[in-house]
Write a protein that binds this ligand. Structure first.
Ligand SMILES: [Zn+2]
Length: 122
């Protein structure tokens, strides 16, 4: 399982490659923005987060199950992640950023991912 904030995960690389192929340029991991977004498109005020399904509690996703053991540890921990994500999204949107969240499980289908990105950059 991946740590939150780890760099260069496979889903992230898949997204970056597609964004690049669409001819859009970006900056990575800007530390001055809430949640340290994975991709930042400053000139068009757009942000993409690539979220791991487990750590970011993707709803109704089979990758996002709570581990059976040690639930007193995991449930509050994952809950905190979820609340932090929501707060970060809210803060960014209030500041006028257009935010797209791409889930890890969505990065395996290149066609779906590409159309999602195209729509976002329209
Ligand atoms: Zn998922």
């Amino acid at each position: 399982m991946r740590r939150i904030g780890s760099k260069d995960t496979e889903p992230e690389i898949a997204v970056r490659r597609l964004v690049w192929s669409l001819g859009v340029r970006y900056r990575l991991h800007r530390h001055d923005l809430p949640g340290r977004p994975d991709l930042v498109f400053s000139s068009s005020k757009r942000i993409i987060f690539v979220h791991g399904c487990f750590w970011h509690c993707h709803r109704r996703c089979r990758r996002a199950h709570v581990p059976r053991t040690n639930q007193t540890y995991w449930i509050p921990k994952l809950q905190r992640n979820l609340q932090r994500d929501r707060a970060n999204l809210r803060r960014l949107r209030v500041k006028g950023w257009n935010v797209l969240v791409i889930w890890e499980c969505e990065t395996t289908d290149q066609v779906v991912l590409q159309s999602k990105l195209k729509t976002f950059f329209k």
